[in-house]
Ligand binder design. Sequence first.
Ligand code: TYD
Ligand code: MG
Length: 449
Amino acid sequence: MTKEKGMYECGACGNIFPKWSGKCPSCHSWNTIAEKTPEIARNGGGKQRGVLLSAEKSHSPGEERKRMGVGIQETDRVLGGGLFPDSLTLLVGNPGIGKSTLALQMARNIALQNPQKPIFIISGEESGFQVLERAKRLGTVPENLKVSTGFRIEDVLETAEQEKPAFLVVDSVQTFSSGEIPSASGSLPQIRAVTESLMYVAKAKHIPVLLIGQVTKGGEMAGPQLLAHLVDAVLQFEGDDRHELRMLRALKNRFGSTSEVGIFEMTEVGLREVMNPSEVFLSGRLPGAIGSVIFPAVEGQRPFLLEMQALTATTPFGLPKRSASGFSLARLSLLLAVLEKHAGIRLSSLDVFANVVGGLKTEEPGADLAMCLAIASSKTKKAVPETFLALGEIGLSGEVRAISQLEKRLREGEKLGFTDAILPSSHKIPKTSLQLHTVRTVAEAVGIF
Ligand code: TYD
Ligand code: MG
């Protein structure tokens, strides 16, 4: 067999190399590099068994390889059942979204669960005093939760080596630097050095590490590809700092699925898990509002109802403005063109604003129909009854296409008191108490009202 490029994998850190070597160039472990076993196909978004097995092999037999729960169900679910042993997890999100708060809550819970072991938060963003003051707002601060300020990654390595914490938080990758590298903290070489050092702490010292990363204003993480490659998992915290709802999702997870999402609410006493997301999402809804339609979304295994809103307004002058929040702007433009061409709704001279309520985001194409109906409702000033759901993907010819997991979506609507659903006619109709209105085209859907 010819040796393909990228066919050697380190059993300790999981990085892949084109050549075999005795010592891993990334995590510096010895004798951990082996020819990569073909990756076993993902099992319905489940665990990547191939990778999991090779990571397990790197450990001495008999050693416990259990995931560590972080005491927050929503976070554990996104991680795939808790923190994986010896793993480096990167937590990214906009400034102010709640990364430090989430890390602190995880650290506090782990400290409470492991009273005999120290847990460390090393922050370059805030003083130890500030972090502790914040911790006090969340409840009692366990004695084994240690907080310190730091800027040098060498100090972090030393702390890890001496204290052997059960969990280490480093906040944030941009504020730490290595004395061996001449460039400033936050530069790509420093970010790489900091991340690689922490990978070493995780793999060689067997300490699960959570590294926080700021996202720059434009939504880009400094050196995103570089960082994502270097770590085991990337969790992204989303939401809007003006809204209290937050979503945590895995952008990458070497040890689990990337389809689960955790939902939180920011309160005065930290992040609270949201177990009944639909109720929370719909709580501020105005009855009989125009430009508002509910889409039953599914994230991971969980359905929840999202309010899609649209506002159309006469452009005061010049080019009409289009803006979308929580919804793709390119998708919105496409839907506007389809509505104009196939449903005869004149929109080209109007400003159009689209929004997913609660600072949330959806990338499901199945949200198209609800968004189209919201736009049409705003334009015609006729409300879609508040007990209606709408779901379906819209194609360029104005056709409404089937989407997955229909039953689960309708059931969530039933549970929350909805009475009707507008859906593509191509679906096999499941058993439901909802009154169903099947449509083939977006024009038919708009014509219902
Ligand atoms: P923070 O975790 O510092 O965000 P990040 O690390 O992502 O920059 O928290 C962000 C905001 O959350 C901050 O403005 C204060 C607020 N907050 C609360 O509302 N309640 C709380 O209990 C805490 C700790 C913070
Ligand atoms: Mg912070």
